[in-house]
Design a protein around this ligand. Structure first.
Ligand code: AMP
Ligand code: GLY
Length: 423
């Protein structure tokens, strides 16, 4: 079949890399893609939310299956757009329709969903500019730190964690009254702070059944020792060492099953990935967020551990026969280290020439913010490349990635030298 992947990051290069290994894939396209996807697929110069241009590309190239990488097109209804269109309605789309994508698109919707289906999560209340005063009163009843979340999509920046009550009140006002995050902060969810270690669980569902993929943990902060500003992710490991069989069973029984059942009960059709952000509080998992897509850079360690043909899995999801699929996992650990542009996640320069990629033999280089320009690979974003390695242990895999990185260069290249320090 002919397949189109939407997106341009490391996640989408990893999808393309895995799909290209399948004998079920005839022609592979990525829109808009990057310099990595260009080596294994045809890049199409189309934005991920330009639905009319996507339609033209799908019709012109006889695409049978579309895999949606990022959340924006899902929340904006790309799947619904396909279902409504005579020419597109039989094309399979991996990614939920807009109604279910609200699990990521609205924090309040996600919290109400969890309450309705008894899924463990932090206690919360939500507020608008009409009841800011009540928000202040609610903050006064909580113990610090205070967790404020913009309801809508805010490119990963919408969550504030503050130690001081007055500062928390000030931020609440700035979000609700001064539109700190624009439309996204018209509503704010204030929730109980959960103290524990974070991990992520990835689930595939066809709306009827589900399969659990390996767990992963990403390193969100820019600085070593988990310090400094939040980023999209500076590295990741899979599996998560502290996720024992017993703990994974709890996640499946208390969270995954009620989530998939809840989608059915609420009549929210869902064919796609569910990325569940969790915190281990004591011995129990609690949900901090749902994402309706895979994580980046978590994909760069989860998919390399999947032995099963990904295209066959997608076909089964689209045909609602996921229960017949066996997911086989590589026992080895996988780790990835993200190379970023100096300055990221604040201002940084682009267009720096990247050298050494072709010399890497012991790791897999997944391109992210990198494009081809005049025969050269140059930086085009903050997160530039993810260097993934396998190992018998995490330490062995991490060491291989760091050795590979010694051969990679671009001006002002930065990466964390302590990925896995806490394992
Ligand atoms: P989110 O966008 O909801 O994943 O939140 C971003 C980050 O904020 C998470 O990865 C956590 O590190 C942190 N966070 C979110 N909610 C809570 C909470 N209730 N308690 C503690 N930390 C949280
Ligand atoms: N790495 C976190 C995310 O993809 O949301």
């Amino acid at each position: 079949m002919n397949i189109l992947v939407l997106g341009s990051g490391g996640r989408e290069h990893t999808f393309a890399w895995k799909i290209a290994q399948s004998s079920r894939c005839k022609n592979l396209f990525v829109a808009p893609g990057n310099s990595g996807t260009a080596t294994i697929a045809t890049n199409l110069k189309i934005g991920v939310t330009d639905f009319e241009a996507i339609k033209n590309a799908v019709v012109q190239n006889n695409i049978d299956l579309v895999v949606v990488g990022p959340e924006d097109p899902l929340v904006q209804g790309v799947h619904d757009f396909f279902l409504r269109d005579e020419e597109l309605k039989d094309v399979s789309v991996i990614g939920p329709q807009a109604a279910a994508a609200e699990l990521e698109g609205s924090k309040e919707f996600a919290k109400e969903f969890m309450m309705r289906h008894n899924i463990p999560t932090a206690a919360y209340e939500s507020f608008t500019k009409d009841n800011v005063e009540e928000g202040y009163r609610f903050l006064e009843t909580l113990m610090p730190p205070y967790v404020l979340k913009a309801d809508g999509l805010a490119a990963g920046k919408g969550v504030l964690i503050l130690n001081d009550l007055n500062e928390a009140k000030g931020e609440l006002k700035s979000m609700l009254v001064d539109s700190k995050f624009g439309e996204a902060s018209t509503k704010v969810v204030i929730e109980e702070f959960l103290d524990g270690i974070e991990l992520s669980c990835f689930v595939l569902t066809d709306g009827k059944d589900y399969k659990v993929l390996p767990t992963a943990k990403d390193y969100k902060r820019i600085g070593e020792g988990d310090t400094g500003l939040n980023t999209g992710g500076m590295g990741a490991v899979s599996p998560v060492p502290f996720a024992t069989k017993e703990f994974l069973d709890k996640i499946e029984n208390q969270i995954v099953k009620p989530t998939v059942e809840g989608l059915k009960k609420d009549n929210l059709p869902y064919v796609g990935f569910i990325f569940i952000g969790l915190i281990k509080v004591g011995d129990d998992p609690k949900v901090i967020e749902y994402n309706v897509r895979m994580g980046d850079p978590e994909t760069e360690v989860v998919l390399p551990r999947l032995k099963t043909d990904l295209v066959e899995v997608f076909e089964a999801m689209a045909n609602q026969t996921l229960s017949n699929v066996t997911i086989e996992i590589d026992e080895r650990a996988a780790t990835t280290i993200m190379l970023v542009s100096g300055g990221y996640p604040e201002a940084y320069e682009k267009g720096k020439t990247i050298t050494g990629v072709e010399t890497i033999k012991d790791s897999i280089v997944f391109h992210a913010g990198a494009i081809e320009d005049d025969g050269k690979v140059v930086t085009s974003g903050g997160r530039v490349m993810a260097i993934t390695s396998y190992g018998k242990t995490h330490q062995e895999a991490i060491k291989k990635s760091y050795q590979s990185i010694e051969n990679l260069h671009f001006d002002k290249m930065y990466y964390r030298k302590d990925i896995g320090f806490d394992l």
